[in-house]
Design a protein around this ligand. Structure first.
Ligand code: SAM
Length: 473
């Protein structure tokens, strides 16, 4: 293929997403020959990642043979890099006050409903319930409102949560998904012990961004786009990107994500720790009919698989926005982290416990309990993991990525997954679960390549069965 679209020179300033460049790539990609696509797939199969042009070609192909191969390479990469491990987390919504007017979001400030934020007692109540489900990792979520939900409130929630200890453990890692903010605020989040700072660009397509963000600070595309630059400047080196699929052309969005990732790699030596793939869901105050780019299941599966091929070492997160069946499929195409037992309303876990209806931020499509989801993962041959070790051992940012790229991460993630699964089964499992977990653990321990770590893991598993807790490497 003749190259007519040239990559714009790296910019460290405001806008590093070049719309014409991405549109040109997608146009050119439509003329890629079958042989060329097969060469790109050979390259992906060698875990070498993909260039923008290669990604564009895989995104636009609809040839069933290519699609079949994209899916099988995605599964191969997933198996080689992540093994059977699936990391679990739960969202915690602390405040739905919001000053923005995002046309897709129920928190839009022009919607009338009784807004609330959790008191610290309510935060403790939610965490108690999450802990009873066995969660060790949460994603703290809030709307944007500096008066009702300033950074000090978020910090107070975090220190309340980190300060809580239970018989069976505690929340060990808090990822945070709050609006784009200042370097100073990112520094405060770093100092209090943020895990990953998560922020979805929503859309990289600026005309769409301008159209769906009707008012409020979030309307500023450049400020939102450069949030991770400020997060890095504030010391946060684990950042997680994403777009809200359904707002603009999904292929444009994938290329936007890739370019954003490279921008961070060029500036800070490390790109996204994770990529989330939320798809637009029905929510109060919006109609799905107003969004012409809704992504169907077939395109969504292709997108997830192509991202897996393009950035093999970046974790991929899927939430309960997706149905049970879809989540099952996407786990085979590259997803490495899922939420389980989620509630997307403020105080939602306590309300669920009291069986009261809650106004969720959006409707969820997988409402099975955490235990049901985790049991099914094991029945399907996965290893549910509650690991939070990298962050606690300071393996963040480029330290994590270089370990991942060298393949050494396997000697760390697999033992931690098995030890945390053992903890979970002892503390929350019934007879069936305990037996399945024991089988999984004895099947997987021999696969730990480093002998010293293999022996230590087996010893720690025994200690956990005798009542010990919180071992990690
Ligand atoms: N307020 C924060 C911000 O400004 O980025 C983020 C927190 S918000 C609770 C988390 C995410 O929910 C948003 O970034 C958006 O992508 C997603 N969201 C909003 N409305 C949605 C909908 N109708 N369907 C699916 N996801 C939605």
């Amino acid at each position: 293929m003749t190259e007519t679209v040239t990559k714009p020179s790296a910019q460290t300033g405001e806008i590093f997403i070049d719309r014409e460049y991405i549109e040109g790539l997608l146009e050119e990609a439509r003329h890629t020959s079958d042989d060329t696509i097969n060469r790109y797939l050979d390259k992906a199969e060698r875990f070498e990642g993909l260039t923008h042009r290669e990604i564009a070609s895989l995104l636009v192909t609809n040839n069933p043979d290519h699609l079949k191969r994209i899916f099988s390479v995605a599964w191969k990469i997933k198996q080689r890099i992540y093994g059977n491990r699936i990391v679990l987390f739960a969202p915690l919504y602390v405040s739905d006050y919001c000053v923005n007017r995002c046309s897709y979001c129920c928190y839009n400030c022009s919607h009338q409903f009784n807004r609330s934020k959790l008191t610290m007692d309510e935060v403790r109540e939610e965490i108690r319930i999450l802990e009873e489900m066995g969660h060790k990792r949460i994603a703290l979520e809030a709307g944007e409102n500096d008066r009702e939900c300033p950074i000090d409130y978020i910090l107070e929630c975090m220190s309340t949560i980190y300060g809580m200890k239970f018989k069976n453990g505690e929340i060990r890692r808090i990822n945070v998904n709050i609006a784009a903010t200042t370097v100073e605020n990112y520094r405060k989040l770093k100092d209090i012990g943020i895990g990953t700072y998560i922020l979805f660009q929503e859309t990289y397509h600026q005309p769409t961004y301008d159209r769906v963000h009707l008012g409020g600070p979030k309307k500023n595309y450049a400020y939102h786009l450069t949030a991770f630059d400020r997060a890095h400047e504030g010391g946060i080196d684990d950042v997680g990107g994403g777009v809200l699929f359904g707002l603009a052309d999904p292929y444009f969005e994938v290329l936007g994500l890739m370019i954003h990732n490279e921008h961070l790699e060029e500036r800070f030596n490390v790109g996204f720790h994770t990529i989330s793939v939320p798809r637009l869901c029905p929510a109060e105050g919006m109609s799905m009919r107003d969004f012409p780019y809704l992504v169907d299941d077939a395109v969504f599966e292709k997108i997830v698989a192509v991202i897996r091929l393009a950035v093999p070492f970046t974790g991929m997160i899927l939430s309960t926005r997706e149905s049970h069946a879809m989540r099952k499929k996407l786990l085979r195409l590259g997803i490495s982290q899922i939420s389980a037992g989620s509630s997307t309303g403020v105080g939602g876990y306590a309300k669920q416990e009291r069986r009261r209806g809650t106004p969720p931020q959006f409707e969820i499509n997988d409402d099975r309990s955490a235990m049901e989801i985790i049991t099914e993962l094991m029945d399907d041959g996965y290893i549910p993991s509650f690991c939070t070790a990298c962050y606690r051992n300071g393996r963040t940012g480029d330290r994590f990525m270089s370990l991942a790229k060298s393949g050494q991460i396997k000697n760390v993630c697999l033992p931690n997954a098995l030890m945390t699964l053992c903890e979970y089964s002892m503390d929350y499992g019934d007879g069936y679960f305990k037996q399945k977990a024991a089988e999984t653990i004895s099947r997987e321990i021999p696969g730990i390549a480093n002998e010293k770590i293999r022996v230590r893991t087996a010893e720690n598993v025994e200690k956990i069965r005798m009542g010990g807790r919180d071992f990690f490497v």
